[in-house]
Structures are given as structure tokens and as C-alpha cells.
Design a protein around this ligand. Structure first.
Ligand code: MTE
Length: 324
């Protein structure tokens, strides 16, 4: 990743929404929605996405999902204001400033390659494909900072099962939108466009891997990858591709954008690993956005970003220094 000295937009710790307050707000909203619909359903049972085509920032009906951390979510302001989305520029505040030009409807996602049932999904059908869950995940960027984000989505495996990968499918490639008319950052050769990321099929099928359509209980803001992205919480943030237009099942390991740009620095796996330094900096510790007052110490980075219990078995027998 490009590391520059940037104007700091880091928040004060007082700006963080305490999880209890946030959850209370969510359950009040859920109750209000249920009451408005004349339903006796409890908020956690609300699972249907809205019938109309929602824009960015539309409230979604979700249920609490598995695997959420109890850590305090990073404030919405920082989740949506401190971003990497190079199609809109390389500064952290560029996506929030420039992504308004991204048109998120109509939007389709082609799912093809080594599958028995290739399909083109309209994004509004994807929103209704499976019950939407809220999953609060720790996210660790390769640059050395982290956030806690309340995502909305469902396991990517839900979609994968519907297209029936063939026996030849070993990897999944994610291709994201590249339209210079909507994305000013494409005029820069910082990466080869379109942005491409990839996972091994078993990583993509893992219960932690989300197809995300929202955060903080609402459809995704454009700067966070509207209308649909993946979220892979045990890997560095760049594996979580935004604004996806195609998901392709392939036999060979895909060449990904960051791996192509700097193969010594960004491997295919990119599992969060405090023992393997980036060639230009250590990965042993991280700065939690929102906690960085003058005296705030960095947090130690955890193997697999703390999700080792769930994912370490995927890499049994592999040398993670070689396959970084
Ligand atoms: N997806 C696309 N299409 N373009 C990008 O530049 N940046 C990646 C990833 N997905 C990126 C992308 C990086 S480097 C990170 S850290 C995360 O998105 C940031 O996601 P966030 O801004 O929602 O926190």
C-alpha cells in the first residue's frame, strides 16, 4: 500500500459509539419498524430486505449474526471517512469526498467461470438472497491501523452454493467496477484497473467471509464499496474488494491487483500475521482508529486478526512465511 504522511483525521475517543448505546438504538429502531408494520415480530427476527431498490444509507432489517466481537465499534464517522478506495484517490478522505459520482443502481454482478449455474444477479435480488445479519468484525489494514465495523450481509457461501462450483473451481476472483466516468482515481496508474482480488474456494466458503451490503444497519455508503463488497476479517483489508461487478470461479490462483503492483510486499494470502513483517514496516502492532490520543499505546496485532480459532485449520501444513 502507498504510505504517505497525511493530514490526520483521527477521532477523539469520546466520538466512539459505545456498543451498548448503539445496540440500544438499533433495537429501538427495530421495534419501531416492527410496530409500524403491525407485526409482533421481535427485532432480531426481522430478516427481509426492503422491497424497493434502496440507495446508499437506507436502513436494513437485520438479525444479529454469529462471530461478532464484543469490542466497541469504531465511530460511523471514521468508518465512513477514513477509507481506502483508490478508484476515488489515494488519500484517506478522498473516497468520502469523491465517491458521490458512483452510480449504484442499476447494478448487476456476473457470477461465472467454473460453475454449473452461471448467473447475473441484480443487486436488489442479492439483497434478498439470504437473511441479512449484522456482524461486528475487527478489520486490520496492511498499513498498520484497525477498526471495528458492524457490517450487514450474509455468508458469501450462500451465493456460492446457488451457482454450484464445479470440481475444477479452486479459487474465486473478484472484479470490481472500473469506469473512468464515475471514478476519478482511474486516471492514476497507481494500480492496474479494474481492481481484482481473490480467495481460495475454501476461504470464500468460510462462515466468516461475508458478502456485505451494509454497515451500521444501513446499505453501504459509496466510499465503503456500495452496493456490494466482500469482507474477510482475518486478512489484511485489501482482500475485501469493494463495488464488485463480477465473481469468477477459476482453477488457477488469480493474479490480484496488489500482488501484481508489488509482489514482494503483497502476497496472495495476506493473512494478518504479526510474525511476518511487510518489507518496509513491522506488522506486530496496530493503531486502532479512534483510540489514538497522544498517550495511547498501539495494540499488539493478533495472528489471523484474532480469528485463528475459526480459520487456522485452513492453513494447516502451510508455511505462512512463504505463503504470505
Ligand atoms: N476495493 C477496491 N475496489 N478498491 C480499493 O482501493 N481498497 C482495499 C479494500 N477494497 C480497495 C478495495 C483496502 S486497501 C482496504 S484497507 C479496504 O478496502 C478498506 O475498506 P473500508 O474503506 O471500507 O474500511
Amino acid at each position: 500500500m502507498l504510505i504517505r504522511h497525511r493530514r490526520r483525521v483521527d477521532p477523539a475517543s469520546s466520538e466512539i459509539t459505545p456498543r451498548v448505546a448503539y445496540e440500544k438504538r438499533r433495537s429501538l429502531l427495530g421495534a419501531a419498524l416492527a410496530a409500524a408494520a403491525g407485526s409482533t415480530a421481535i427485532p432480531s427476527a426481522l430478516a427481509a430486505a426492503p422491497a424497493a431498490s434502496p440507495g446508499a444509507g437506507t436502513r436494513l432489517a437485520t438479525r444479529p449474526g454469529a462471530h461478532s466481537t464484543i469490542e466497541r465499534p469504531t465511530s460511523r464517522e471514521h468508518v465512513t471517512g477514513y477509507n481506502n478506495f483508490y478508484e476515488f484517490g489515494t488519500e484517506k478522505d478522498d473516497p468520502a469526498r469523491y465517491a458521490h459520482s458512483l452510480r449504484i443502481r442499476p447494478w448487476t454482478i456476473r457470477v461465472d467461470g467454473e460453475v454449473a449455474r452461471p448467473r447475473v444477479f441484480d443487486v436488489d435480488d442479492l439483497l434478498r438472497l439470504a437473511p441479512l445479519e449484522e456482524r461486528v468484525y475487527r478489520m486490520r489494514c496492511v498499513e498498520g491501523w484497525s477498526m471495528v465495523i458492524p457490517w450487514v450481509g450474509y455468508p458469501l457461501a450462500e451465493l456460492i452454493r446457488r451457482v454450484q462450483p464445479t470440481g475444477n473451481a479452486r479459487f474465486v476472483e473478484f472484479e470490481t467496477l472500473a469506469d473512468p466516468a464515475q471514478m476519478p482515481g482511474l486516471s492514476s496508474p497507481v494500480l492496474e484497473w479494474p481492481y481484482v482480488e481473490g480467495l481460495r474456494l475454501d476461504e470464500a466458503m468460510h462462515a466468516l467471509t461475508l458478502l456485505a451490503v451494509g454497515l451500521y444497519g444501513e446499505t453501504l455508503p459509496r466510499q465503503n464499496g456500495a452496493p456490494v463488497r466482500v469482507v474477510v476479517p482475518w486478512k489484511y483489508g485489501f482482500k475485501s474488494a469493494k463495488s464488485i461487478v463480477r465473481i469468477r470461479f477459476v482453477e488457477r490462483q488469480p493474479t490480484t491487483s496488489w500482488n501484481r503492483a508489488a509482489p514482494r510486499e503483497y502476497g496472495f494470502y495476506s493473512n494478518v500475521n504479526p510474525q511476518v513483517s511487510h518489507p518496509r514496516w513491522s506488522q506486530a502492532a496496530e493503531r486502532r482508529i479512534g483510540e489514538d490520543g497522544l498517550l495511547q499505546r498501539k495494540r499488539p496485532t493478533l495472528m489471523f486478526n484474532g480469528y485463528g480459532e475459526q480459520v487456522a485449520s485452513l492453513y494447516a501444513g502451510m508455511d505462512l512465511r512463504q505463503s504470505f
